[in-house]
Design a protein around this ligand. Sequence first.
Ligand SMILES: Cc1cc2nc3c(=O)[nH]c(=O)nc-3n(C[C@H](O)[C@H](O)[C@H](O)COP(=O)(O)O)c2cc1C
Length: 473
Amino acid sequence: MASITIRNLEPEIKEALRKRAASNGRSMEEEARHYFAQMAAGPSLLAPAPAPAPISVSDPSPQTLAGKRICLIIGGGIAAYKCLDLIRRLRERGASVRPVMTKAATEFVTELSIGAIANDTVFTELFDRNAEHDVGHIRLSREADLIVVAPATADLMGKMSNGLANDLASTVLMATDKPVLIAPAMNPKMWEHPATKRNRKTLQNDGIHFNGPRAGEMAESGEAGFGRMAEPLEIVGAIEQLLDTRPKPLAGKKIIMTSGPTHEPIDPVRYIANRSSGKQGYAIATALADLGADVYLVSGPTSLSKPQNVKTIDVETAREMYDAVHQLLPADAAIFVAAVADYRAATEADEKIKKEKGGINAIALTENPDILASIGNHEAKRPQLVIGFAAETQNLIKHGASKLKRKGADYIVANDVSPDTGIGGKTGVMGGDRNRVTLISKKKNDAWPEMTKQQVAHELAQLVAQHLVTVKV
Ligand SMILES: Cc1cc2nc3c(=O)[nH]c(=O)nc-3n(C[C@H](O)[C@H](O)[C@H](O)COP(=O)(O)O)c2cc1C
């Protein structure tokens, strides 16, 4: 595909593109590609960016980092300018930020602006007699709850992985006993260089946490690829996760989930399956666990790694999934994301069916149990909240609304999984990383804008929290 040079666009178009990209969580180049792909059907680029997803139970700037001390090491890359925003975001969440700048960083942003936004002294020199008497590199490295390196240059990563300590930043990093989070930013060729690859591996083995880089257009060179620094809010999210400071409104709530496809055996080596990857369900399980829920994920076969802080129960068939879900009752909520096969082979051959003996001309099918309906209409143990997913390729709302009624669900999350939606690239929604869903309830249909599966998961987790958490006045 030809590359898109954002810098050559008219300023007005560029600004509109920037707003749309920010609201959709994409880079400007990704947004442009997406826009051109959707131009025939989509809104004008100059129209206002789509409204953000409607659900949010949390305060816009909750004090998630109250009392936390962050030592922010700023490296010498173009992305250093993003640190001004990063510091602001950290401080509005209650953190204090102590900035350390490399000599190269001071070429990109001034100590004056960093110090003013951080409301603290900026430390730059290792051999500064006054600073060493006053705070010193050891105190800088220890009197923090977390050290963040942003942007982490190729040079800083090289120093860290080789144990070099020849300036203040690298010495602080060597002397610390606190967790370290780095947000790399560099030219894509630098990121892919064998030396950087080696350093990345070493740093990962050393327990250094990474956030980014992201793919997109490089500010300075017009090149594109992996190397853009993560956006400040993403870094803030990673910091909150590392320090485990996010509110846990779902603590003590048990949630059963299903995800992935099912495999329905025909004989010992063949099965009926579908294209579900499990990505959306795994993202929801993670988002619910992040809010403190006790999540039980009954998962069909997928190639994904198990989500953290989630109890995963591996199953293969629809019947195994049904049994596992029923054994897990009672629960506060149940969310059914799995693409369960409606039918299975009526009989499963004990041995591999041989071609010479007539082979397989037709497979007699029998219906699988309906997991969502069995829980949505459960007389004794129906969870307080039941949500089902509907994967449709046509008449999304009609089919979703009918499913809501038949299956006794509180919500149906309907997603159009036909490959021609343009969502999720070649793989479509099933297997892709993005989704566009409509939330169907008895009261209304809410069409959410297209977003990543993680963002859908986050919004859905907020919705679950709204339902399960009753505020006592
Ligand atoms: C205009 C310009 C932009 C640069 N951008 C980056 C960058 O994004 N990432 C990076 O690793 N190095 C970048 N460099 C190179 C670093 O500034 C250089 O390696 C420096 O020694 C890094 O020092 P530090 O790691 O102590 O901050 C850039 C250099 C220039 C002149």
